[in-house]
Design a protein around this ligand. Structure first.
Ligand code: HEC
Ligand code: CU
Length: 366
């Protein structure tokens, strides 16, 4: 797991679910157990409120609501089959058990009953047909939902092991923390996501908002979300995309219209130019950082790593590996593996002075 400091962990994992178990309400824990069948258990950020737990049982957008009602429908049918089969089995075991051991008599054998065979063929075929048709109906209803003219367009690019978010119409590029406007039921303002990958297959999954959709190299996928309530929604990459797949976390901030407008206005500005941190900027521009990172309004135009123009507007770094504080930034730059072993950013072997300077510079990028 992550080597986070001082209880500010935003890493996920079962251990953390237990750790915060006492502060999380019981229904959330029950819902977690319901999700236990999933192989990846997205944990819960210690610093987050219980409401942001990635719990598909508490949907907050149309696709997630539709998926949950389908889930209950399938559970109802399969659950009834279980009850009938397990009930008959119990009756058979109890009523027809061998009472006096020793005298084993073979019961009468029946072969070739057309009625019985028809019954156990036709009924399952009908059940499977119903499950198939309802599932297909929901898949197509979500996939073919018409896109309103004023929908927000965001391009999501999956990278090993972080997320790039581009807002083409607004000229914004950011990483790991997606901001979208709230979409009230009576006044929908959905966000349509175009999903791309820079390397391997990733999967975009925010359980409270929608199902999973893969990001595939050289192939464009789309999905949409219309979050009904403002707040923070957690998710994660749901494809094993390499060693640090589990540290490829997602944060979707659903903003009120005013919050969202303010966020957009800030993101559209070029980077803050503070002469007090000129030394740090020089380190950034001479120590190869600028080959991988972009800071709008400076010579740094790299695209391999996250855009750092408004780094300090994000509450986490390295895709949720830790919180975004100057101490954690310094530690990250000194040795990215401290938070994310296998991150594709090299430790640049900076001196302590250079580390202080470049951290001071980055800390001004509001
Ligand atoms: C070879 C390319 C490369 C170089 C050189 C590089 N980085 Fe990075 N950097 C990355 C990648 C890739 C990530 C994303 C890592 C992840 O989250 O898995 C990253 C992440 C970061 C982050 C966190 C951003 C966020 O929002 O999560 C900061 C800050 C950062 N780098 C600063 C620097 C500084 C300062 C330097 C120079 C000393 C530098 N980087 C050099 C590739 C690079
Ligand atoms: Cu991934």
């Amino acid at each position: 797991m992550s080597k986070n400091e001082g209880g500010t962990s935003v890493g996920w994992g079962l251990s953390q679910v237990r750790q915060v178990g006492s502060s999380v309400n019981r229904s959330a824990i029950r819902a977690w157990m319901a999700m236990g069948a999933l192989s990846i258990l997205p944990g819960v950020a210690v610093a987050e409120s219980a409401g942001s737990i990635p719990n598909m049982m508490r949907p907050e957008a149309t696709p997630a609501h539709q998926i949950l009602s389908l889930t209950f429908f399938v559970l109802l049918i399969t659950g009834s089959i279980f009850v009938v089969v397990a009930g008959l089995l119990t009756v058979a075991i109890v009523r027809f058990r061998s009472r006096n051991a020793g005298t084993v008599v073979e019961p009468p054998q029946i072969y070739g009953s057309t009625q019985v065979e028809l019954a156990w063929t036709v009924v399952p075929v009908l059940i499977v047909a119903v499950l198939f048709l309802t599932t297909a109906r929901i898949i197509f209803a979500i996939q073919d939902a018409p896109k309103p003219k004023d929908a927000l367009d965001v391009t999501v690019v999956g990278h090993q092991f972080w997320w790039e978010f581009r807002y083409p119409a607004l000229g914004i590029v950011t990483a790991n923390e997606l901001h979208v406007p709230v979409s009230p039921v009576d006044h929908p303002q959905p966000t349509f996501l175009k999903l791309l990958s820079a390397d391997v297959i990733h999967s975009f999954w925010v359980p409270r908002l929608a199902g999973k959709t893969d990001l595939i190299p050289n192939h464009e996928n789309t999905m949409w979300i219309d979050p009904h309530k403002p707040g923070l929604y957690l998710g994660q990459c749901a494809q094993f995309c390499g060693a640090q797949h589990a540290m490829m976390l997602l944060r979707v901030y659903v903003d009120t219209p005013t919050e969202y407008a303010a966020w957009v206005r800030n993101q559209q500005k070029p980077a803050v130019q503070d002469p007090a941190v000129a030394a740090g900027r020089r380190v950034f521009e001479t120590e190869a950082c600028m080959n991988c990172h972009r800071i709008a309004g400076t010579a740094a135009t790299g695209v391999f790593g996250p855009d750092l123009t408004h780094l300090m507007s994000r509450s986490t770094i390295a895709s949720g590996a830790t919180t975004n504080t100057p101490e954690h930034l310094r530690e990250w730059i000194k040795d990215p593996a401290h938070y994310k072993d296998g991150a594709l950013m090299p430790a640049m072997q900076l001196s302590d002075v250079q580390l202080d300077q470049v951290t001071a510079y980055l800390a001004t990028l509001k």
